[in-house]
Design a protein around this ligand. Structure first.
Ligand code: GLU
Length: 317
């Protein structure tokens, strides 16, 4: 597996890793701004990775629009863009490392079967954890599954180990790791594998992303270690909620940069509103990106919690 990224690496390198399945909304843009400010304020490189593993949902036009929106807000990035669709060989090499340690097994379970077998959370296992149905099948049982012809996913054997990830906002994220999927039945490498392989390869030491992915951190930190890397630390950015308290989404109205521009705002207005929601400026200020880099302080995020955003009135605080 390629272990070294072609670019230079530094201890404060960060990244933003959007999935090109639609336009970025204000919540995604705010997370991107935090990731950029965090890396740049520490003098690190900032990398962009397009997470287009899901070929069915990824579109080049979404990718182009996402990159344009980031650039319009003053977010710049170093080196070339890494696309997960180009990295299959690296993910396959990661699976080879696991296989050599007898840490993967085929799994034929459907989602419905897992739900049924898992039932209520039990012992230390988190809700929805894989109950281990295919973990110890003998050769005859495997052969019977193979004969039926349904393609198998591959799961990593985590053995219900407890893993603790460190987060700059939330402190310790601790969870029992279940046997999660590293390659889907259709041959697509799974998000949890790809992200770990890529972050290690790109030299990302702190993963900044939305709070909705915090529950993946213990799994990913564990997998990084198993693959022979030092686990990164994390910074999960509190989410932006719509006026109804649910996660901000299209149903909330003008939530993309394009929507805001159509309302007569410009990119500086939008960046300022995002910065104001991070406690980095007053609502009527228009700081430059460089001024925001100088002002950035992660402590304000720790105090903030989720932000409510009314697309008409702006952040509610
Ligand atoms: N591609 C994921 C998303 O857009 C983010 C993955 C990550 O940052 O680890 O939600």
């Amino acid at each position: 597996m390629p272990r070294r990224y072609a670019g230079r690496m530094g201890p404060h390198d960060g990244r933003f890793a959007p999935s090109p399945s639609g336009p970025l909304h204000l919540g995604n843009l705010r997370t991107a701004l935090v990731a950029w400010l965090r890396a740049r304020s520490a003098g690190g490189r900032f990398l962009l990775r397009v997470e287009d593993l899901d070929r069915g949902r990824s579109r080049r036009e979404h990718e182009e629009r996402q990159l344009q929106d980031l650039a319009a807000l003053g977010i710049d990035w170093d080196d070339g863009i890494v696309r997960q669709s180009d990295r299959d060989a690296a993910y396959a090499a990661g699976i080879d490392v696991l296989r050599a340690r007898d840490l993967v097994y085929p799994c034929w379970c459907t989602r419905a079967e897992i739900r049924e077998a898992a039932g209520a959370p039990h012992g230390d296992a988190p809700e929805g954890a894989y109950p281990g149905t295919c973990a110890h099948l003998d050769a005859a049982a495997r052969a019977a599954h193979e004969e039926r012809g349904r393609p198998a996913a591959l799961r990593v054997r985590a053995g219900a180990v407890r893993s603790v990830a460190r987060d700059a906002v939330r402190g310790e994220l601790s969870a029992v790791v279940d046997d999660f999927v590293v390659r889907r039945g259709d041959g697509t490498h799974a998000y949890n594998l790809a992200v770990v392989v890529d972050d290690a390869w790109q030299g990302v030491r702190e993963v900044v992303r939305g709070d909705d992915l915090a529950s993946s951190a213990p799994r990913q930190a564990w997998l990084a270690t198993v693959l022979g890397h030092e686990a990164p630390t994390y910074l999960h950015v509190p989410l932006v909620l719509g006026p109804d308290g649910r996660r901000l989404a299209k149903r909330d109205g003008a939530v993309t940069l394009e929507d805001r521009l159509a309302l007569g705002e410009d990119a500086d207005d939008v960046r300022s509103r995002l910065a104001a929601s991070l406690g980095l400026c007053e609502p009527d200020e228009r700081p430059t990106p460089a001024e925001l880099v100088a002002r950035f302080d992660v402590a304000t995020l720790r105090d903030a919690g989720p932000v409510r955003w009314d697309p008409v009135a702006g952040p509610l605080g």
